[in-house]
Design a protein around this ligand. Structure first.
Ligand SMILES: Nc1nc2c(ncn2[C@@H]2O[C@H](COP(=O)(O)OP(=O)(O)O)[C@@H](O)[C@H]2O)c(=O)[nH]1
Ligand SMILES: [Mg+2]
Length: 374
């Protein structure tokens, strides 16, 4: 084992102005500690490499330049993999993250209180520069709320985090395609006692943020993967329910339109509106809810989805009529019976869909697919 205590991994892309500054800050904050700084640069060609070589004379810093691959998350992983220290700290190069927080964060790990520590803007004592516009703040808040069920951390989006390096081996199945690698490592690493340390988050002064709209879309996809990892069935059920909800709107619109504009009777309208709505549900469940499952031929899958939906509808309707015919409570409260019917039908549909319509893929195929995407 090496005797380095702290490895600081810093992904960089065109940060030549910030590199000397962050090295000096870390060197000051960690005076007397054994540490190493590992920059992982995606071939910025802006003098970053030369800057680090110069600094390396008096501060233990090195730079890995990647030419084959690009991306923040994989850069972070590359850095972690070559780290030697007992603890790993990941931070941005743009001086947003105060290096003075590193030791207190390590302290929380060393005391055994936490096994993963995030530098947090949102817990008491944390703060950020207040010239954040309304939309940037809202954006950040929403993104944070969306991740709350995954980990009880107020600032899960933080790119500033620390953990014990030995723990990283637990992180099987990382899919580092998203922007928020800290969240990925925290969730997939199944850390049992994540904690937060308050920081003041400074806005970057030099260079530009790479957080684009595209990254935000990728973030939503990333969240969906994490939810699937942590709550496999519940997350599918929630998406199935959402799709079903929109399908219900389509169903109702067509049902009313057929009567209002085409003068059809209500029974016939009901019988017709089922089909486009079920087709809509099938399409979105194929595209969203069950993307990770088997893609059988369209026609065959559509037919089997319709068949199970019809059966589900019978269950739904049957529940409703049975309850409202025989159970006094529901004779009084018909709408509750209707909702129960919907739940029963949906639960049935969901099970059928998982078993028969969108079959599980072999693990092996999944692995291959993952390889392919990288
Ligand atoms: N190696 C590498 N680093 C990146 C890449 N994109 C961003 N970074 C670095 O990751 C850190 C966070 O990026 P930043 O633009 O500050 O994102 P923000 O803080 O969310 O606005 C910075 O140190 C960037 O230089 C990339 O594609 N590859
Ligand atoms: Mg930044």
């Amino acid at each position: 084992m090496s005797d380095i205590k702290i490895s600081i991994v810093i992904p960089t892309y065109q940060e030549v102005e910030n590199i000397p500054l962050i090295c000096e800050q870390i060197n000051t904050s960690l005076a007397g500690e054994s540490f190493e700084i590992i920059f992982v640069d995606d071939n910025s060609q802006d003098g970053s490499y030369e800057a680090v070589s110069k600094i390396a004379n008096h501060i233990p810093a090195q730079i890995i330049v990647r030419t084959e691959e690009r991306g923040l998350s994989t850069a972070v992983i590359t850095g972690i993999e070559s780290a030697q220290g007992e603890y790993v700290v990941v931070m941005d190069c743009d001086l947003s993250h105060p290096s003075s927080a590193i030791l207190p964060m390590i302290e929380k790990l060393a005391s055994g209180r936490n096994d993963f520590v995030v530098g947090s803007r949102y817990i008491q004592g944390g703060s950020f520069d207040d010239d954040w516009g309304f939309f940037r703040l809202l954006n950040s808040k929403i993104a944070t709320w969306l991740a709350l069920p995954l980990c009880h951390i107020k600032d899960p989006m933080s790119g500033f985090f620390a953990f014990q390096r030995q723990q990283f081996k637990n992180c099987a199945h990382l899919t580092p395609t998203g922007y928020k690698i800290g969240l990925e490592i925290m969730v997939k690493g199944e850390f049992s006692a994540p904690g937060e340390h308050p920081i003041h988050f400074k806005d970057r002064e030099h260079g530009e943020s790479k957080l684009s709209l595209k990254e935000q879309f990728l973030y939503l996809r990333h969240l969906r993967r994490l939810y699937r990892f942590k709550y496999p069935v519940t997350s599918e059920f929630a998406q199935f329910g959402l799709v079903g909800g929109t399908g219900f709107v389509i169903d109702s619109l067509i049902y009313f339109a057929l009567q209002a504009f085409f003068g059809l009777g209500h029974n016939l309208s009901r019988a017709i509106s089922f089909w486009p709505a079920a087709t809509w549900n099938w399409f979105w469940n194929r595209t969203i809810t069950f993307t990770h499952r088997e893609k059988t031929g369209h026609l065959k899958q559509w037919l089997s989805f319709l068949a199970t939906s019809l059966a589900g509808f019978v269950m739904n309707f049957g529940t409703y009529t049975t309850l409202t015919s025989y159970v006094p409570f529901f004779i009084e409260n018909k709408f509750i019976a209707l909702m129960l019917g919907v739940l029963v039908g949906m639960g049935f549909n969901f099970m059928m869909a998982r078993i028969f319509v969108f079959k599980e893929l072999d693990e092996e195929i999944l692995e291959e697919e993952k390889e392919f995407h990288h």
